[in-house]
Ligand binder design. Structure first.
Ligand code: C2E
Ligand code: CA
Ligand code: CA
Ligand code: CA
Length: 279
């Protein structure tokens, strides 16, 4: 057994090599892609359960590569994180998303809020606070309309430094969301300590809700936990009416998913928002 394992790491797996090459070639072009405007933002509507209204959207990064076509974020975000390019990329996405939201406000939807994904690695960055504040100032947007989503798994690994960074962001007026909740290892103490306004339940628990009793229990108890801590609960990955209805009975506050709206271009989002009567 030992011999065959020894041999295994000496041989090349062509698929793996190709994959590594592909990622290297993507990375090499990432900075240029930002400059050339190949990285754009898709917006997925976030719906308020009680009213059925679109009260905001999540900004999701997209890369239209001139040769490779549409590259999903799972192919370039982790690589950007590892290679020190995530700050530049986030600054670009944040600026696009905040600019888009400011124009939604100007169109009369003054309560619309935008959620931007924040790599937990950036919580260590000394320039994060000014990057966020400068972007909001540039577009004259109030901080309370910006929600930063931070993944539970990554945020969990650090202690006081992370909590302090989150406290500073919260004190600046932006809101925080714990993303992919249920996939990490949050303790109740951690949930209590971090100043998050919402808990976003991972879609792996939500999408099969109608078929799985254990997922139903997990989702329901998370909603109750969020409420007892004074936080809002968001369910992502809502793909059909049955799940939506179950979430309604569980008093989930907000929903996101293909059923209520797929990620879309900014122009499509504008068309999806109800037109406001001119007075
Ligand atoms: P996420 O933050 O958990 O985003 C939700 C993902 O689920 C998105 O995938 C979205 O398109 C997808 N989704 C939404 N509704 C449904 C549904 O009903 N069913 C199914 N099956 N999927 C649904 P996407 O856009 O491919 O993004 C993947 C991940 O990449 C995101 O997961 C997030 O972690 C990361 N990401 C995307 N944009 C950014 C960004 O600007 N910065 C950072 N740091 N990460 C980003
Ligand atoms: Ca997210
Ligand atoms: Ca998520
Ligand atoms: Ca996710």
């Amino acid at each position: 057994r030992a011999a065959s394992e020894g041999r295994r790491w000496m041989t090349y797996d062509p698929a793996e090599l190709e994959n590594a090459e592909w990622k290297m070639s993507l990375l090499a072009r990432l900075d240029q892609a930002v400059e050339h405007g190949e990285i754009w933002v898709a917006y997925q509507p976030k719906v308020e359960m009680a009213t059925g209204r679109i009260i905001g959207a999540e900004a999701l990064a997209r890369w239209s590569h001139p040769e490779k076509g549409e590259v999903p974020p799972s192919q370039f975000i982790p690589a950007a994180e590892r290679s020190g390019r995530i700050e530049n990329l986030t600054a670009h996405i944040l600026d696009s998303a905040v600019a888009a939201t400011a124009s939604i406000h100007r169109a009369g939807h003054t309560d619309f809020s935008i959620a931007v994904n924040l790599s937990a690695r950036l919580l260590d960055s000394p320039s994060l606070l000014t990057m966020v504040a400068d972007t909001l100032a540039r577009h004259a947007m109030e901080p309370r309309h910006l929600i930063l989503e931070i993944t539970e798994t990554t945020a969990m690994t650090s202690q006081d430094g992370i909590v302090q960074a989150l406290e500073k962001l919260s004190a600046s007026g932006v809101r925080l969301s714990i993303d992919d909740y249920g996939t990490g290892f949050s303790t109740l103490d951690y949930l209590k300590r971090i100043p998050a306004d919402e808990i976003k339940i991972d879609r792996s628990f939500v999408s099969m809700l109608e078929k799985s009793q254990s997922d139903r229990i997990m989702v329901h108890s998370t909603i109750q936990l969020a409420h007892s801590l004074g936080r809002r609960a968001v369910a992502e990955g809502v793909e059909n009416a049955v799940v939506l209805n179950e979430l309604r009975l569980m008093q989930c506050d907000y929903v996101q998913g293909y059923f209520t709206g797929k990620p879309m271009k900014f122009s499509a989002l504008m068309e999806t928002l109800p037109s406001l009567e001119k007075r």
